[in-house]
Structure formats: C-alpha cells, structure tokens
Design a protein. Structure first.
Length: 72
C-alpha cells in the first residue's frame, strides 16, 4: 500500500496498487486491473469511521460529503 503524505496536516491518503487491501475488503473484482471504487476514513486506531461505496450516490464522494465526514 502506498502512502501520499502531501495533503492536509494529519490526513494521509493511501493507494493500493497491488490490491492487498482491496482483496481483503472484497472491493477488487477478480480479473480486473482496478478495484471497485471505495473511500474510507479510518481512525488512528484502525476503526473505519466513515465509508462511501458504489451505490451510495455515485462512485466517489463529493467534496461536501468528505469535508462533513472529516468535520473540516
């Protein structure tokens, strides 16, 4: 899993180019070269605090949904 730390202070974006997490969370369609889109906010203790999955109103959350979830 790759980390992209050049974002907002205290927020880390991660990607999953080898589908390790995508496979574990069953978000990767086998045989596909990309996972099913999903966005998670995970606490420092590893608890999923918020998630946006396909069917929750589109593939990706809106900026307003993310800022509300992050309480920015």
């Amino acid at each position: 899993m790759a980390s992209l730390d050049k974002t907002l202070p205290g927020i880390r974006l991660v990607s999953d180019p080898k589908f390790v997490v995508s496979d574990a969370w069953r978000r990767h369609i086998q045989g596909s070269d990309s996972p099913t889109p999903a966005t998670f906010i995970v606490s420092g203790t590893g608890t999923i605090e918020w998630q946006h999955l396909p069917g929750d109103g589109g593939d990706w959350p809106t900026y307003a949904e993310l800022t509300a979830a992050l309480s920015i």
